[in-house]
Design a protein around this ligand. Structure first.
Ligand SMILES: [Mn+2]
Length: 264
């Protein structure tokens, strides 16, 4: 198994430095190391950065570190109301191509990809001449299905994730768990009916759909916020970062399902 953070033996450093460097590269202990050894940290930091730069062309650090099989999924879902195709790479680089016909939803999907470090391609057509409800919901359903498929049996993942995201005056906390038990606790109080042309009631509908089809437990708490755009965008950013935490590898869980029951 190749590690993108593996120790580079070509660096000329003292053996003690080498062992420290290995720890830094493998387990990302740099902040603690700075605190314990402020005068010694700089050369290690430089060496670590050189190592990282020499490996920077690697496509996916998380995946290679864990040796996960490819964690990708594509779902094409067609109904009488919508046609939605979602392709997802959990170990991506934040690339997003979202064309749902709902510009504000596209903006939020970009937040999920960018801050979740997912690669996301979402193409949707739907009956938006009625309103955005069906397309918004079906994008959420299909995204939830791709998440569920790409995660598979959940072996080796952290499983839980949480994040507080500020956006100016808005502050939103998201906590989630890939528990296998769909649940949404939705605590947003969005002060306006619309953001642009987007009906703000559709935020809840989107997350209901994602939760039910990814089998995720999701709690959303709004701690502050005045502007509707800020509140919603902070929510999607917090969701993305919490998602990123939950789907990343737990090196001590390698090959194991993160549940005391042995199954999720
Ligand atoms: Mn925005």
């Amino acid at each position: 198994m190749a590690s993108s953070w593996q120790y580079n033996e070509n660096l000329s450093v003292h053996p003690f430095c080498s062992s420290m460097l290995l720890s830094i590269c493998s387990f990302n202990h740099l902040p603690r190391f700075f605190i314990c050894h402020p005068l010694l940290a700089i050369p290690y930091h430089v060496a670590a950065m050189q190592t990282r730069d020499s490996l920077s062309d690697r496509p996916s650090p998380t995946r290679s570190f864990l040796d996960f099989p490819a964690r990708t999924a594509t779902v094409h879902r067609t109904t009488g109301e919508t046609d939605v195709q979602v392709s997802l790479n959990l170990d991506g680089q934040g690339q997003c191509n979202a064309q749902t016909g709902i510009p504000f939803l596209d903006h939020m999907l970009h937040q999920i990809a960018s801050h979740g470090l997912l690669d996301l391609n979402i193409q949707a057509t739907g009956d938006i001449e009625i309103d955005d409800h069906h397309t918004n919901e079906d994008v959420g359903i299909t995204l939830g299905q791709t998440l569920h498929q790409a995660l598979g049996d959940r072996k080796g993942i952290v499983r839980f994730g949480h994040f507080f995201a500020p956006l100016d005056e808005a502050l939103v906390q998201v906590t989630l768990d890939f528990s296998g038990r769909p649940h949404l606790s939705y605590g947003l109080e969005i002060p306006t009916q619309r953001v642009g042309t987007y009906d703000t009631q559709l935020v809840r509908e989107f997350f209901v759909a994602v939760v039910n089809h990814s089998q995720m437990t999701l709690h959303i708490r709004q701690l502050a916020g005045i502007n509707s755009h800020h509140i919603i965008e902070a929510t999607f950013k917090a969701f993305a970062r919490a998602l990123r935490m939950a789907i990343e590898a737990d090196p001590r869980r390698m090959g194991m399902i993160p549940s005391s029951k042995g199954v999720i």
